[in-house]
Every structure is written in structure tokens, then in C-alpha cells.
Design a protein around this ligand. Structure first.
Ligand code: NAP
Length: 477
């Protein structure tokens, strides 16, 4: 696959106006792969101008035509899925099986939103007093700035581009500096599918603060959709507030994974492996805190350590590898020091727990047993292959521990008692619940968090509505 390495603005590929470039590293070797153009503030504003010029035409394009175009991109992504997966492995480091899963998931957003493009509905009702009618239209919100993280470089882009285009919006995608190549490759597929110039623009930039800030300050931009850390999300909300830009935020998580004595332990272990180890633990939905009831904690911990210890570690390019490197040196430092401080606080590493030497940004699968309830590792998003296990005695304690976080993206519950499962699903403070299931991500479902995990939803019909504005028409006829 020929992967472009320049900015994509107004349907043309071009270098940054000051010639600056970002060096992309292979996390498995820490060696450079290539460089890509790094947008300046002026390049960002050029992309806003291109998106703004294209807006009226795209918004007026028949929904069926927009849908057919999205279906074409879906087809192209499926056709090139292996090349895209290999590209993701190169710049992100994840195992090839994870990358293949991501491409399939990413492509589905184009298919789902192709199907949704023809379902942007309004309403008409009689006013309660009977004097007039209330008509509500759903119109495209306008030029949208999309900012995405490195951990799912394809899916986080398509989860935004799909609904935005379906709704009739034009976009500027600013991907993470660690993984710009996948975003540029997605841009190239959209171009190949025939998206008109300016409808989709892709501007990698190592100067993300100034570039995104300038775009949000431009009155032509009406929407910010951000996926990334809670810390950066807070800052961007402040910036967006200056121009009152509508903001959707998919932020960090700190997912609890609850296992009750009555759970099917085989199923709980299968679920734990997915919830913890998809992407090597570098997922916002990653199980970050395991709370296991006293009766099964010893067996669950032993068997989880066995399963995690058996994973084959190495460069993601090797198809047999199940756990690739972390994304960069900072990630290894963060995960390593979190584990070390937890062990110092009294936890026991059943497997892993030591930083390997050698090239690349590797960290071993680690299971920490007997973790104290106040250990700092429970308060932070680990973003690595580390499973801290805490023992609980009853349901009330489990809910208290699970909800003791500023985050609220997803919670996982394993129990054989469905009534208890549903009771917990209501009590847990999270936007999503995995009930006897370790995977919640699904293009047709509303993905998102409560508390400091975010604002708004992506996926499902809700994801489309984020790119529309309601217009109310009071009318007499
Ligand atoms: P991040 O550091 O917050 O970066 C995310 C994006 O924001 C990148 O494109 C980054 O660009 C950009 N950025 C950083 N500082 C900025 C600023 N001051 N102004 C404008 N843009 C800025 O997050 P990350 O490390 O890439 O991703 C991991 C985080 O994403 C985790 O917290 C994870 O939970 C979260 N996440 C959430 C979801 C969800 O759906 N809730 C999904 C996936 C990931 P540069 O790379 O150029 O700095």
C-alpha cells in the first residue's frame, strides 16, 4: 500500500508550510520508520478554509449519495485490510491479530454510518396548547475538528469521520503524532473512494496545542470531537468554551472488572483476557482494577497469571505474537513505576513486574495479587498489560470500590445471578456495562462515558446526532 506522508488539505497532498516533519518510530525497535509533514497553524487554518468551502456542497449532497460513498470506503478498507493492519503494527506496535481486529472494527463504522446517512429524521408535533405545530429538523452542525489518539489509529478516526460525513459535515482530522500514517492512509482511501476535495482533511502536527487551538478559535469551526486523555480533554474544553464550540469528549477510563463467587470462572477468565489484554492493555476500555470475591480470588488470580504468562511476547509483525511493545519509552516508564510502587505498598507480583532490557518499548504481562484497596495503581489509568487484583467480600463493598474513581467509561461484571448482574448494571457509574462479557466496543452501540470519562456518545444512532443541530420551526398551517 502506498502510504502518503504529507498533509491532505482541500483534496491535495502537500508538505507543511515551514517544511517541518514528524519522525515516526517503530515501537518494537525504537528505530525511525519514516517522517510525515507536521502542520503549522497556517496549515490548520488552510484546512479549515477547505472544509468550510466544501461544506455547503457536501451538506446538500443527497443522503443516498453520501451513503454510497461511505460504502465504497468500507469496501476499500476491507480490500486493503491486511496492508492497513501491517501499517498499524509498524507505527503502533500492537500484535497483528489486534491490528486485524481494529481494521475490521474501523471499517464497520463506514458501513454503519452509510446505513445511518439515510436516517437523519426530524419530528412534527402539535403544541400542547393546540395553537400551532412544532417542527424539528436535524441539520449538519458544520465544520468539525476531529482529534484522535494513537491507541486505535484507524478506528478512532473512522468512528468520527463516518458519522460526520453521514450527517453532511466536513472534517479536519488531527491524528496523534505517534501514529499519523494510519490516519493518512484512511484519508487516501476516502480520496480514492471519491470524497470531494475539502470534505476530509488530514493534518498531523507535533504542534497540536497551537494548531487545534487556532482551528477552534476560527468561527467557521462548529464542532470538536476529541478522543484522548482526560487531562488533554479538560484543556480542550476550556479552549472550545472561548468560541462556544460544541464538544464531544471520549476520555480516559479506569474500568473495574468484578468477579463474584457465583461466576462461571472460565468465562470470567476469557473475558478478563479480552478486557485486559486487547491492545496490550492500551485501551480506554481496558480492565484496570480487578475486584474479585474472596471465595474465588485465589483460583482466579492463579489462573489469570497462568493465562497472561503464556502470552507470546515480541514484535507485532510476527503473526504468532500476542503481546507487542507499548507505544513509547514514556509508557514503559509510567507502567514500570506504577507496578513498582504497588509492590512496595504490599502487593505481590504473581508474574512479570520487571522492566526488560533490550531494544523496543516492551513491558511484560504482570499480575499483582493482594493489592491494598488504597494503592495508587487503582486511581490511575495503567495503559499497559498489568492486572491489579483486590479482594472484596460483598456486593455493597464491590460497588463502593468500583465507583471510587473520577472515571466512568465501562464496568465489567461476572456473576451467575442475572438479577444481581442487572442490579449492579444500574448501580455502577459507567456509560457502558459488560455483563458476563469482556468486550463492549460495537459500531451499532452508543459508546461513551460518564463522570470525567467524557461527554456525548460515538457509534449507534447517537453518534450521528453528535454531528447535527436541532432546528425548531414554530408554524401555523
Ligand atoms: P492524549 O495525549 O490526550 O492525545 C490525544 C490527542 O490529542 C493526540 O492527537 C494529541 O496530539 C492531541 N493533543 C495533545 N495535547 C493537545 C493539546 N494541548 N491540544 C490539542 N490536542 C492535543 O491521549 P493519547 O495518549 O494519544 O491516548 C491515550 C488516551 O486516550 C487514554 O487516556 C485513553 O483512555 C484515551 N482514549 C479514550 C477513548 C474513548 O473512547 N473514551 C478511546 C481511546 C483512547 P499529539 O500526539 O500530537 O500530542
Amino acid at each position: 500500500m502506498n502510504v502518503p506522508n504529507e498533509l491532505f488539505i482541500g483534496g491535495k497532498w502537500r508538505p507543511a508550510s515551514d517544511g517541518a516533519r514528524i519522525t515516526v518510530l517503530d515501537p518494537a525497535t525504537a528505530e525511525p520508520i519514516t517522517t510525515v509533514a507536521s502542520a503549522t497553524v497556517q496549515d490548520g487554518l488552510d484546512a479549515v478554509a477547505a472544509a468550510s468551502e466544501a461544506l455547503a456542497g457536501w451538506a446538500a449532497t443527497a443522503p443516498r449519495t453520501r451513503a454510497e460513498l461511505l460504502l465504497r470506503v468500507f469496501g476499500l478498507m476491507k480490500e486493503r485490510s491486511e496492508e492497513l493492519a501491517e501499517l498499524i503494527v509498524r507505527e503502533n506496535g500492537k500484535a497483528l491479530s489486534d491490528a486485524r481486529g481494529e481494521v475490521a472494527y474501523a471499517a464497520e463504522f463506514f458501513r454503519w454510518y452509510a446505513e445511518e446517512a439515510v436516517r437523519v429524521e426530524g419530528t412534527v408535533q402539535t403544541a400542547p396548547g393546540g395553537a400551532n405545530r412544532i417542527m424539528v429538523l436535524r441539520q449538519p452542525i458544520g465544520v468539525s475538528v476531529l482529534v484522535t489518539p494513537w491507541n486505535f489509529p484507524a478506528a478512532m478516526a473512522t468512528r468520527k469521520i463516518g458519522p460526520a460525513l453521514a450527517a453532511g459535515c466536513t472534517v479536519i482530522l488531527k491524528p496523534a503524532s505517534e501514529t499519523p500514517l494510519t490516519a493518512l492512509a484512511v484519508g487516501a482511501l476516502l480520496d480514492e473512494a471519491g470524497v470531494p476535495p475539502g470534505v476530509v482533511n488530514v493534518v498531523p502536527s507535533s504542534r497540536s496545542g497551537p494548531v487545534v487551538g487556532a482551528m477552534l478559535a476560527d468561527a467557521r469551526v462548529r464542532k470538536l470531537s476529541f478522543t484522548g486523555s482526560t487531562e488533554v480533554g479538560r484543556k480542550l474544553l476550556q479552549v472550545a468554551a472561548e468560541s462556544v464550540v460544541s464538544s464531544s469528549m471520549e476520555l480516559g477510563g479506569n474500568a473495574p472488572f468484578l468477579v463474584f463467587d457465583d461466576a462461571d470462572l472460565d468465562a470470567a477468565l476469557d473475558g478478563a483476557m479480552i478486557a485486559k489484554m486487547r491492545n496490550g492493555g492500551q485501551a480506554c476500555t481496558a480492565a484496570n482494577r480487578f475486584f474479585v470475591q474472596r471465595g474465588v480470588v485465589a483460583e482466579f488470580s492463579r489462573r489469570l497469571a497462568e493465562r497472561m504468562g503464556n502470552l507470546r511476547v515480541g514484535p507485532g509483525t510476527d503473526p504468532a505474537v500476542e503481546l507487542g511493545p507499548l507505544v513509547n519509552a514514556d509508557a514503559v516508564e509510567k507502567v514500570g513505576s506504577l507496578v513498582e510502587s504497588t509492590v512496595a505498598a504490599g502487593a505481590k507480583a504473581l508474574i512479570g513486574g520487571t522492566r526488560p532490557g533490550g531494544p523496543g518499548f516492551f513491558y511484560p504481562a504482570t499480575v499483582l495479587a493482594d493489592v491494598p484497596q488504597d494503592a495508587p495503581v487503582l486511581a490511575e489509568e495503567i495503559f499497559g498489560p498489568v492486572a491489579p487484583i483486590v479482594t472484596f467480600d460483598d456486593e455493597t463493598e464491590a460497588v463502593r470500590l468500583a465507583n471510587d474513581t473520577e472515571h466512568g467509561l465501562v464496568s465489567y461484571v461476572y456473576t451467575g445471578d442475572l438479577a444481581r448482574g442487572l442490579r449492579l448494571a444500574e448501580a455502577l457509574e459507567a456509560g457502558m456495562i459488560g455483563l458476563n462479557r469482556g468486550l463492549v466496543s460495537e459500531p451499532a452501540a452508543p459508546f461513551g462515558g460518564v463522570k470525567q470519562s467524557g461527554l456525548g456518545r460515538e457509534g449507534g444512532h447517537e453518534g450521528l446526532l453528535e454531528y447535527t443541530e436541532s432546528k425548531y420551526i414554530a408554524l401555523d398551517w
